[in-house]
Design a protein around this ligand. Structure first.
Ligand code: FE2
Ligand code: FE2
Length: 160
């Protein structure tokens, strides 16, 4: 854990990156979603002897966009968040941090297959798979929380 913290500290503490704490994602902030993706990517890459430093840093920066994607905006289909935010994250990441080609590739292509270019490096594949795994887990958690609330409400109304 200390190694992971050392690798990601400058990003986590960065003034602009900290803004992702205020931006909501699936079940939590973009910041916490990205931290989970970064840590899972780091663990997988380390386990199979790949560049875990790039995996951690790209994982942390893969959703580095600074707008509320749920806000209603009139957009054409291919201008929607799902198709464009990888480029936005990459733009912000290269503006504020120095990235290697593997990190750039992992950020730009993490939305494969929605963005049709597949990842070029094994580490990029790890980040895109970790993102999908964490996103599904967050979605399921949100759904199960909603069911818990429904159950509670139902129980309240059933009380004599
Ligand atoms: Fe994303
Ligand atoms: Fe993500």
């Amino acid at each position: 854990m200390n190694e992971f913290k050392d690798i990601t500290r400058d990003i986590v503490k960065h003034r602009i990156f900290k803004k992702t704490r205020q931006i909501w994602h699936h079940h939590q902030s973009v910041f916490h979603h990205s931290l989970a993706v970064a840590y899972l990517s780091y663990k997988i890459a380390k386990k199979i002897g790949l560049d875990y430093r790039s995996a951690a840093r790209a994982g942390l920066l893969h959703d580095f966009f600074l707008y509320d994607w749920r806000a209603p905006r009139k957009k054409k289909f291919f201008e929607k968040h799902g198709f464009t935010h990888a480029r936005e994250a990459h733009k912000n990441a290269v503006e504020h941090f120095s990235l290697n080609p593997v990190e750039e590739d992992a950020i730009l292509k993490h939305m494969f297959p929605l963005n049709i270019k597949p990842p070029s490096y094994a580490v990029s594949w790890i980040v895109t798979l970790a993102d999908k795994y964490i996103s599904i887990a967050e979605y399921l958690r949100r759904t199960s929380d909603a069911f818990k609330v429904l159950k509670r409400e139902k129980a309240k109304h059933m009380r004599p």
